[in-house]
Structure formats: C-alpha cells, structure tokens
Design a protein around this ligand. Structure first.
Ligand SMILES: Cc1ncc(COP(=O)(O)O)c(C=O)c1O
Length: 390
C-alpha cells in the first residue's frame, strides 16, 4: 500500500503539527519563550540566590584552573575519553555531602530521571509513582519495559492498596516506589517515614527526587527513624537551590555500576563539562560556609505565610510550608489574566496551566527566594487580594 504523505502548511510544516499549535492557541495555552521579565522574581528556582553569587563563579574558575584539565569540554562521553579526575573527585565529595555510598553525575535532573527510570523498570518490574510526579519521571517510565501505576498524591493508604492488588497478580515482581521530597507544583511532600515503613513491609525499593528540597530541606532531617541506606536511589539536582547546573543519582556502588552499564542518558552523551563540575563543587562549598541565604529564605517563607493569613488569602492556597506556594485559580484563561494582573505591576508570578497541571487545578505559583524583600512579599500579596476583590 502506498504511504499517505502528510499535508503540509506553509511550505515545509506538516498539517498535524500545525493543528496542534492552533489547538494550543485556541485553549489559551500556547507556550512562548519569554523575553521580558518583571522586576520582582517570584518564579525562578534560584531559591538561595546562588545563581548570582560572584564568589561561586570565581571559585569555580579557580577549581578548573587548579585541576589542569580540559577547560571547555569533557570531549566525549564518560565511557570513551570524557572521564577525568575532577569529575570523579566531585562524585566522591557529593557522596559524602549527601551521606550516600556513591554518586553518579548526569547533565541535568531531567536526564537523571530519564536514565534511571528507563533502565531499572525492566520486565517483571512494577513502578508506583505519585500522580503529581514530574514530567522527567513519567518520561523515564514511558521509555521503560516494565509497568507503571500512579497512586493518589501523597496517599500512602492508596499506594498500599495498589501494591497489594498488583502483588496478587504477580507476586514475583520487583517493586519500586517513586516520589518527590517536595513537589514542584504543590510545594508539599510525602510522609517519608511511612513510605519507608511500607517499603520494608512489602519489599519495595524507594526512589526520592530531591530537586526542589535540595539543599534547603536535607533528606537526613526529613527521615527521622530510618537509615538513608534504606532508600534505593535519590536524585539531587543542582540547577535549582544550588543555582548551577547538573544532577546526581545517589545510591549504592552497585546502583552506580548498573547505571554506568545501562542508563542510556548517561552513556550516550558528552560528559558534564569541567566548568560545570567546578561550579557544582563551588556551590556546595559556598553552602557549607554560609547559611545566611538559607535563613533569609526561611524568614521569607514565614513572612509570606503570615501576610497570606492577615489578608485572609489562605483559602485560595494549597497547604505548603516550603518556598513553593500555589494559589489555585481554575481555567487557563482566568489564571493567565491573574498572572498578567501581577506582572504589569512588576511581580514575576507565573500561571501554571493545564496540561502542565490537571484541568481545574491551574494555579499561580509563587516561588519564594532568599532575596525577595519583606516589602515586595507584602506588596505582591496585597495585589493578589486586590485581584480577588475585583
Ligand atoms: C521534581 C523534578 N525533578 C527533576 C527536574 C529536572 O531537573 P533539571 O532542571 O536539573 O533538569 C525538575 C525540574 O523542574 C523537577 O521539578
């Protein structure tokens, strides 16, 4: 049979792709790269202001120079000629910092999740993931051969029921549970102690993505009763709280060796550049030496929450004690208008629309930073109250 050629619009663009874009326009959710940024940052992930810290950049340059390695590139993948002493040293330092047996660096958190989940979820494996898990987790699972089931957000009882049901069907399967220490859209987190207990009772392996908790809420402080070694894998990223770039998977030496052998987003890509590695090291050193930014961040979170209560706005917000505070305004159109209302007043608050979040759960996401000052926090919330009173 002759293959049907797709119709083209505009010369060289297939009709189905054109229609997908048109659909987005009609649903008010067409994405565009922004070029203007309102003055007050309530949207970036640079929670501690490290992205702007000159001393981290200076220290990173010093580290690269001292390492006497290639300066601009790792030149190839780790398994070809891209492994170098600085990257190995960094992995040891990270393993110590995070109290893990080993660390394996990936070029980003997205690639770490993709590479980890796609290779551990093999045949005769079941993965249970929180329904609000990040796209990188879902994409990794989609690339894998095993089965994946979602459980209700932070609901350990729902998870337990789903595990039992699947275990009845296949008692031999290896089971993984994946969750996030702090969820990127809701700012809340699971009860990790309960999850670990469940894992122990059902012989499951736990994976925790720490992208939005690292380094503000160290896992060792969140897990009171259990040893970190009971967690199968942790994903720490450096492009958010640490203000640099890259990620690492933390776990046992056996896990590291497995990933070096089977994780395609680790194997088939140029290794992280020496400069990025030096920035990761410099940012960790800076965090160890100066906890001021962390204190400022925590004060700002408290201030945000107390003004929110003073203005009686809490009924609009999801319950969260972290730097991510989400205000539900359902409908892409409505939430976009609310964001615009704040943006024209120079508050960079973003609308998170469906399909990034489920329909009906569209929201304004406020990301709080160490460098937001008390008057701008008060002003943004007063303007939000004004929006609701209109
Ligand atoms: C939970 C979670 N995991 C992983 C990532 C990806 O990390 P990176 O930005 O380093 O690719 C993100 C980014 O938003 C995230 O929110």
């Amino acid at each position: 049979m002759k293959e049907k050629k797709p119709k083209k619009t505009n010369g060289n663009f297939p009709t189905n792709l054109y229609e997908a874009l048109e659909n987005r326009k009609q649903n008010a959710n067409l994405r565009k790269l922004p070029s203007h940024f309102p003055k007050y940052d309530f949207s970036s992930n640079d929670y501690l202001g490290f992205a702007k810290a000159k001393n981290i950049a200076e220290k990173a340059s010093e580290i690269v120079t001292d390492a006497q390695t290639n300066i601009n590139s790792a030149t190839s993948s780790r398994l070809i000629r891209g492994n170098y002493p600085l990257i190995e040293e960094a992995e040891q330092i990270l393993a110590t910092f995070y109290e893990a047996e080993s660390a394996l660096i990936f070029n980003s958190g997205y690639l770490a999740n993709l590479g980890l989940l796609s290779c551990i979820n093999t045949k005769n494996t079941l993965v249970f993931y929180d329904e609000l898990a990040h796209a990188s987790i879902r994409d990794g699972l989609q690339l894998s051969l095993g089965k994946a089931y979602k459980f209700k957000h932070n609901d350990v009882s729902d998870l337990a029921e789903k595990i039992q049901l699947q275990q009845k069907r296949n008692s031999e399967a290896t089971i993984y549970i994946i969750t996030e220490a702090i969820f990127s859209m809701d700012g809340d987190g699971p009860n990790l102690n309960k999850l670990l207990q469940l894992c122990k009772e059902n012989n499951c392996y736990l994976i925790i993505d720490e992208a939005h908790s690292n380094p503000m809420y160290p896992l060792k402080n969140l897990l009171s009763e259990y040893n970190l070694n009971n967690v199968f894998a942790r994903i720490v990223t450096f492009g958010k709280g640490f203000g640099v770039h890259g990620a690492a998977v933390l776990g046992s030496e056996q896990l590291k060796s497995y990933l070096v052998n089977f994780s395609r987003s680790f194997i088939y890509t140029t290794a992280t550049s020496p400069h990025s590695i030096a920035s990761i090291l410099a940012a960790h050193q800076h965090f160890e030496e100066d906890k001021n930014q962390l204190s400022f961040l925590k004060e700002n979170i408290s201030q945000f929450r107390s003004v929110m209560h003073q203005l009686k706005l809490e009924k609009h917000f999801l319950e969260s004690y972290t730097q991510i505070q989400s205000c539900l305004i359902s409908g892409n159109d409505r939430v976009s208008k609310a964001a615009e209302f704040l943006q024209v007043k120079e508050f960079d608050v973003r609308a998170i629309k469906s399909p990034t979040v489920p329909e009906g759960k569209e929201r304004l996401r406020f990301c709080i930073h160490s460098y937001n000052n008390p008057s701008e926090i008060e002003a943004v919330l007063k303007n939000l109250a004004l929006y609701f009173s209109k």
